[in-house]
Design a protein around this ligand. Sequence first.
Ligand code: SF4
Length: 233
Amino acid sequence: MTSHKHTNSGRRRDITTFEECPESLARTLLEWYRENGRKFSFRRYCSPYHVLVSEIMLRKTTAKQVDKVFREFVERFPDLRSLASASASEVEAVIRPLGIRSRAKALVELARRVLEEHSGKIPDSYAELSKLPSVGEYVAGCVMLFCFGKRVPPVDTNVDRVLARVFGLDSLPQTARVSAVKDIYLSIMPDGLEREFHYAILDLSAALCRPKSPKCKDCPIRICCTYGKSYID
Ligand code: SF4
């Protein structure tokens, strides 16, 4: 028998029985996200250019810091061509609050490479994207998933932490764990809601599933979580 706990809002339904987990995990995360998710400016943009730039900015920087800078950035450099024709110092003047000076030069270089090697069109192939400067596995995965609908799992330390805790993978060696996390990510990611689902995991990691002292008691998926269950029991 399944039952649902209603929260104060009366809308979100936490999972309350283990049997619900396989079927309800993604739905519950999405419901939690719709009530609690963070509304950053860069999340509203879908073009490969905007996703690429914002994900590069987000490296080693908080989303809050990027939020404000990104708004100014897209006003000043609305597309790849405007970024490619800018100087590194012009870009640096805008992204200075992010703190990593080399990023301005890297962004201009990236835009110029796309212009020269791909006629200004950001490639829709993971292999080609990964060859571009400053585009690592995670950034390429975000562009493929968010913009081209390709089921490539972008796994960063936050996604890794949440899914490793939920599925009890913490004790696996790093390489095996990341590979298992990617497989699980793909198996639970709902069709058509890939980006929302990704943000749901990220926001859960920021609000509740923090590296230290996760707030398992407030977590909507604690019943399904290996770590959360043992913590609560
Ligand atoms: S129950 Fe705890 S460890 Fe598990 S996902 Fe939620 S916050 Fe993270």
